[in-house]
Design a protein around this ligand. Structure first.
Ligand code: TA6
Length: 278
């Protein structure tokens, strides 16, 4: 079942239910903000304090950071780009079988995007909702000049408690610590007892997120960086749309091409970033 919903303030989203899972995707940002397998707790975290307002990014789910990840050199431009606050077009849906639904959304250049970024592009997102969730973000350069993109599927995973959370699969991987801007090497699993904001590089295999109740397997393709972020106590108090204890209940593991892994696309060239969670 696919239902197109609209809030009184004009905010629109698509609700999907099939025998394996349910999901909700906002047209603003093609932002998946709910995904739950039948009979299980939601996999994505969504802030109780999040706004569903045009022009403001939803806090939680899977914001799409594009065409840049993090800050732009021009500090007047929005952090993490404009895709997450732009209105996407809902292209269509395919109920492949009783347990699998595919949604397609797209964003292309217009006068608004030209004010922020001077290139012609097509950005397409395919979301497969089943007992596994998969997201494919395809960028096509429609311009006469090459352009550079960095990007992330900035997934907020819900966890039982951050102190019971461990991430496997990044042992011995180099990372840039975004708190100190130093290059470091991961030793063992990642656990949390303070703020963590790291961009892991040269990532190729599966990443496994475990907490007290469950294990989630994350596979990425077309991506060699993974961002791991939890704001901990102090930063949470300064974040928009987060309650003061929010940091306890999520961790971001982001399927990315960031910093050294930014991609240059020649005219007519495409690149696809894929993330899947099971
Ligand atoms: O991906 C980690 C990060 O870049 C952090 O530095 C943190 O600020 C976060 O993203 C959230 O950014 P936002 O713009 O959504 O507040």
């Amino acid at each position: 079942m696919i239902v197109h919903k609209k809030l009184t303030n004009g905010f629109e989203y698509i609700e999907v239910k099939n025998e394996a899972a349910e999901a909700k995707v906002a047209l603003q940002g093609a932002h998946l903000f709910h995904y739950e397998r039948a009979g299980e707790e939601p996999i994505l975290w969504l802030s109780e304090a999040s706004d569903f307002e045009l022009g403001k990014a939803i806090r939680g789910g899977v914001p799409i950071c594009w065409p840049w990840f993090g800050f732009n050199e021009d500090k007047s431009l929005p952090q993490h780009g404009f895709a997450r606050t732009s209105l996407w077009e809902f292209v269509g849906s395919d109920e492949v079988d009783v347990k699998t639904t595919v949604l397609t959304l797209r964003l292309t250049h217009d006068e608004k995007t030209f004010q922020i970024w001077h290139y012609k592009f097509l950005l397409e997102l395919k979301i497969t909702i089943s007992d596994k969730l998969s997201m494919e973000l395809k960028t096509t350069n429609l311009d006469d000049s090459a352009f550079k993109i960095s990007q992330a599927l900035h997934t907020y995973f819900s966890v039982s408690h951050i102190s019971e959370t461990a991430i496997k699969g990044l042992d011995k991987k180099p990372y840039l610590d975004a708190l100190t801007w130093k290059k470091e090497l991961q030793e063992g699993d990642i656990t949390f007892n303070q703020e963590v904001d790291r961009v892991y590089q040269e990532v190729d295999g599966e990443i496994v997120l475990g907490d007290k109740n469950r294990t989630i397997h994350i596979k990425n393709d077309g991506s060699s960086s993974v961002v791991v972020w939890n704001p901990w106590i102090e930063k949470t108090l300064r974040m928009s749309a987060m309650k003061e204890d929010a940091y306890k209940y999520f961790v971001c593991i982001e399927s990315a091409n960031a910093f050294d892994n930014a991609r240059i696309l020649e005219p007519q060239e495409s690149h696809t970033l894929v993330a899947s969670f099971s």
